[in-house]
Design a protein. Structure first.
Length: 364
């Protein structure tokens, strides 16, 4: 008897990949015999290598929304190649279901599944429906949302909508406190997203430099960045005189986040839900040029619920950010208040809700 299989498709950024990994973790707990294949782009393949014994297929894709003519021609070429690749892999695996987590890689795979009469489900992480998901929503069987109110979702598709929340990775939800934290030390975790946030290399160290010396002597900064910025960032923190741990990627991110007094981060939905699930006070710095301004809208949702603070990157004022950091560190009552609100928003049993929606496609 042929074993049941499904395909999880995601673009190459952490915001798309991490929820897919989380669902994978829950699915193999529920059904160890289920065959799970991943479709992603070149960047996605690198992230997904941390999973053991998983089939990962590379699917070519490109953005159709760039302005110049060359980019549009490349899109047509890459999307055509991606479509042929998807058809080939889907015919070979014949999955019961294809689940899309956003990113342009999902477009050729979703269209191929639709033509092969394989049910398609999409999951939207952000408070604004992504462009790829908007296109796929026309023929998707179900649309799962992280936010109950999601912009750019057409009213005619509302009957397909289910609020599932955003599934989180085991390494976040099963965290333990870092054993390396010194007594009376103050840890600050800085997350620039899966691509590092180059502006954080300048903004955050300068903001830290304005803090009182007595406080700086207690600080340890954990900050992720792109590889090219690692040496410069280490040099800056060494000059400021604070302890630091700078990396491109933290395998133990859950324990580091749990040990942090505050988190400074971009405002991708996945990261915010992770921060809130652990109940950490955070200062969110939304990406200025994010598509459809989704990062600001994500941050605003949590800010309105008292679950975070927001710093406007456009201020270009590290001293103002320093004051925000200082006030949050010194004000325990404020941190406790934000922690309570964050946990309330972040603790949704999203993985189980998500899997429950798949039963009708997976059960014979």
């Amino acid at each position: 008897m042929k074993k049941r299989s499904i395909v999880l498709v995601c673009g190459g950024s952490g915001g798309h990949i991490n929820p897919a990994i989380s669902l994978y973790e829950e699915l193999i707990i529920n059904d160890p015999d289920l065959i799970i294949n991943f479709f992603s782009d070149r960047r996605g393949q690198i992230y997904l290598k941390e999973l053991n014994n998983v089939n990962i297929k590379k699917i070519s894709s490109s953005s159709p929304f760039r302005a110049n003519l060359n980019s549009k021609l490349f899109f047509l070429i890459y999307i055509s190649i991606g479509f042929i690749q998807s058809i080939y892999h889907l015919i070979r695996t014949r999955p019961r279901l294809l689940i899309c987590f956003g990113g342009y890689t999902t477009l050729p795979s979703a269209f191929a599944a639709y033509l092969l009469k394989i049910p398609v489900i999409i999951h939207e992480q952000n408070s604004v429906m992504g462009r790829a998901n908007r296109l796929i929503s026309h023929f998707a069987k179900q649309i799962l949302l992280s936010f109950k109110s999601t912009e750019n979702l057409k009213q005619k598709f509302e009957e397909k909508v289910i609020f599932s929340g955003l599934p989180l990775r085991d390494k976040i939800t099963t965290h333990s406190l870092s054993k390396n934290k010194k007594e009376n030390s103050i840890n600050i975790l800085v997350l620039g997203g899966s691509q590092g946030a180059k502006i954080f290399t300048d903004l955050i160290p300068e903001a830290i430099s304005y803090l009182p010396l007595k406080l700086k002597n207690k600080l340890k900064i954990y900050q992720n960045c792109i590889h090219d910025d690692e040496a410069l960032l280490k040099k800056k923190y060494k000059k400021i005189g604070v302890e630091f741990d700078i990396r491109g990627y933290y395998s133990n991110i859950g324990s580091i986040m749990a040990s942090a007094e505050i988190v400074i981060s971009r405002a991708g939905a996945n990261t915010i839900f992770e921060i809130c699930s652990i109940g950490k006070p955070s200062i969110l710095i939304p990406l200025l040029n994010s598509i459809d301004n989704d990062q600001f809208k994500n941050a605003k949702f949590f800010f309105d619920k008292g679950a975070c603070l927001i710093f406007d990157e456009d201020q270009k004022n590290p001293e103002a950010l320093s004051n925000m950091i200082l006030n949050l560190i010194l004000n325990k009552a404020e941190r406790a208040k934000i922690t309570e609100k964050a946990r309330k928003v972040g603790r949704i049993k999203s993985r189980k809700l998500f899997v429950k929606q798949l039963d009708k496609y997976l059960v014979k």
